[in-house]
Design a protein around this ligand. Structure first.
Ligand code: THU
Length: 136
C-alpha cells in the first residue's frame, strides 16, 4: 500500500512546475473510498501564488467529492535532480491535510524512493491541531 502510493506520487513528479525554486514535489493521497489523487507543486512568477503538491492533491480529491484522507505520500527532487532528503509537508499543507483527516490516523509517508521512506502521522507533525470540530 505504501509503495503503491509512493509510485503514484513518483509517477507525476515530472509534471511539477518549479521554474523558480527548481525544487520539485509530488504527493499522492489515498481517500477512504480507496481512490488515489496526485498533485504537484505549481509555482508562479508572483511567488506567493505558488501552490504546494499536497494542497493540489487534496484539492483534486475534494473536487471529486472526497472528504476523508487516510494516507499521503510525498516525494521530492532538488535542483540537481536528486531525492537526497525526505520532504516534510510545510505548515500550510499540514493544516490543509488536517481538514480532511483524523490526525492520529492519517499516515504520512515521506519518501525518497519506493524502497526508501519514513512513515509518520499527521498527529506527530501537527500536534494539538485546530480542526473543523474545534468550531463546535
Ligand atoms: N513545496 C511543496 O510542494 N510542498 C511542501 O510541503 C513543501 C514545499 C514546494 C513549494 C515550492 O514550489 C517548492 O516546494 C520550494 O519551496
Amino acid at each position: 500500500m505504501n509503495e503503491e502510493l509512493i509510485r503514484s506520487a513518483l509517477g507525476v513528479l515530472d509534471n511539477s512546475y518549479a521554474p523558480y525554486s527548481h525544487f520539485h514535489v509530488a504527493a499522492a493521497v489515498l481517500t477512504d473510498t480507496g481512490n488515489v489523487y496526485t498533485g504537484v507543486n505549481v509555482e508562479n512568477a508572483s511567488y506567493p501564488a505558488g501552490i504546494c503538491a499536497e494542497c493540489n492533491a487534496v484539492a483534486k480529491a475534494v473536487s471529486c467529492g472526497e472528504r476523508k484522507i487516510r494516507a499521503v505520500a510525498i516525494v521530492g527532487r532538488d535542483s540537481q535532480g536528486k531525492s537526497s532528503g525526505y520532504v516534510s509537508p510545510c505548515g500550510i499543507c499540514r493544516q490543509v491535510l488536517r481538514e480532511f483527516s483524523v490526525p492520529q490516523e492519517l499516515k504520512v509517508i515521506l519518501a525518497k524512493d519506493v524502497g526508501d521512506y519514513k512513515e509518520t502521522t499527521l498527529e506527530e507533525l501537527l500536534p494539538a491541531s485546530f480542526g473543523p470540530e474545534s468550531l463546535g
